[in-house]
Design a protein around this ligand. Structure first.
Ligand code: IPE
Ligand code: IPE
Ligand code: MG
Length: 248
């Protein structure tokens, strides 16, 4: 069970341990400004950069962002290709600074299906930041919550079939361990808070197992307009909420 623990900031114990963000609204922002959807995604990258910095300053331990869902392949080839090109561009321009700031980068999702240049950038980002113990920054890329659970189920079934584990003895913890947020990525705790921008109030297949007791917060701001100050305000408001975890 996740709890609010002592943070790097120390001073404010109400700062959540893990904040996850559904970065939505790049397309609507682009439309509003009469620019291409890709220009919207580029503006979204700039917003993300600032949110990472603020999360770090605030003493948040884990920041996870939803960048590309398993359903986002339904978009035009041009948009999908453009998003992955932006990833390559972003890693190229920002990796050194992330590393200097002791940020560790992780990827949640099946990134083996991404174009080769994107895979090369990811490999580099993972390798360069592998020893960093500052902000644990995870990017959900070609990520889907149901697919993640399905993959865990298959993994556990295979282990049961081989006799390594007993089917009747499968626990919640074993399922958690077999998710992208599990052992393969150092056991990332469940998110305390999930923020979604752009006025949509749904999870869109994000962290379905992990969100069981997450607080949910929504804002009408389109992702490129979402500022570090608004992020900080939302995170602090969360700190005043009473979480019960089923107790009274
Ligand atoms: C979020 O912005 C980024 C991705 C899903 C890749 P959108 O592109 O979904 O923006 P809207 O929802 O069309 O405004
Ligand atoms: C969710 O946004 C995925 C990401 C932010 C990467 P979408 O824009 O894809 O979600 P829907 O289609 O509005 O549910
Ligand atoms: Mg959207």
């Amino acid at each position: 069970m996740t709890e609010i623990r002592e943070t790097a900031a120390g001073a404010d114990s109400r700062i959540p341990h893990h904040v996850a963000v559904i970065m939505d609204g790049n397309g609507r922002w682009a439309q509003k400004h009469g620019v291409s959807r890709l220009a919207g995604h580029n503006a979204g990258m700039l917003a993300m950069k600032e949110i990472i910095k603020r999360a770090d300053v605030m003493g948040i331990r884990y920041l996870t962002v939803y960048a590309f869902s398993t359903e986002n392949w339904k978009r035009s080839q041009e948009e999908v290709g453009g998003i992955f090109s932006l990833l390559v561009k972003y890693v190229g321009s920002e990796l050194a600074e992330l590393n200097e700031n002791n940020v560790r980068v992780r990827i949640l999702g099946d990134w083996s299906r991404l174009p080769a240049p994107a895979r090369a950038s990811i490999e580099k980002a993972l390798a360069v930041t592998a020893d960093n113990d500052g902000l644990q920054f995870s990017i959900a890329l070609n990520y889907g919550g149901r697919q993640e659970i399905l993959r865990a189920v298959r993994n556990l079934c295979a282990r049961a079939a081989s006799g390594e584990i007993e089917a009747a003895a499968v626990t919640e913890e074993m399922i958690s361990d077999a998710l992208y947020t599990g052992k393969e990525n150092g056991c990332i705790p469940d998110p305390d808070l999930i923020i979604r921008t752009s006025g949509e109030e749904r999870l869109s297949n994000f962290l379905l197992w992990q969100c069981a007791y997450s607080e949910l917060a929504f804002t009408d701001s389109l992702w490129p307009d979402f500022t570090p100050d608004e992020f900080e305000t939302m995170v602090k408001a969360f700190g005043n909420r009473k979480r019960r975890f089923g107790g009274r």
